[in-house]
Design a protein around this ligand. Structure first.
Ligand SMILES: [Zn+2]
Length: 146
């Protein structure tokens, strides 16, 4: 299964991790440019659902920046490219496996696998660092924004 592969990033920022909670930053044009929906009015476009079973995973209100960006692109050791978005919460996710720092994509953070709690598809990873607390890096291709 996908999530049984070790996952490693080749992205190693020299500076320490920094983290900004969502707020005015989300209205910044740098965030989420090219998205298929806008977040400025109520629910439409505000909910991210599992692409495979349509379960609600998280919302636009949970979007955050990590290391200066909501979106990050990483390549794993098998050459598979993941475009992920960072979220402070993803209540539709089930977190799986022991936390590890091995090959982490975010310096100083441990990670676990995040699966859809409804269909158990691999949706991304949950990260943790003492400085930042928990956040989620979710594979944008596996989410539908509705
Ligand atoms: Zn699902």
């Amino acid at each position: 299964m996908l999530w049984s592969h070790p996952v490693r990033g080749e992205f190693a920022p020299a500076a320490g991790l920094f983290f900004r909670q969502q707020g005015g930053l989300l209205l910044d044009d740098k965030i989420d440019r090219g998205s298929d929906a806008r977040t400025d009015s109520g629910d439409p476009g505000g909910v991210f659902r599992c692409r495979f079973c349509r379960a609600k995973i998280t919302t636009a209100a949970q979007m955050i920046e990590v290391n200066g960006s909501h979106r990050h692109v990483f390549t794993n050791p098998l050459g598979k490219v993941f475009e992920i978005g960072c979220f402070s919460q993803a209540t539709g996710c089930l977190n799986h496996g022991p936390a590890t720092t091995e090959c982490t994509w975010f310096t100083g953070c441990t990670w676990r696998f995040s699966l859809c709690a409804s269909c158990f598809s691999h949706l991304g990873w949950q990260y943790h660092a003492d400085l930042t607390g928990y956040f989620f890096g979710l594979i944008l291709a596996n989410l539908l924004r509705r």
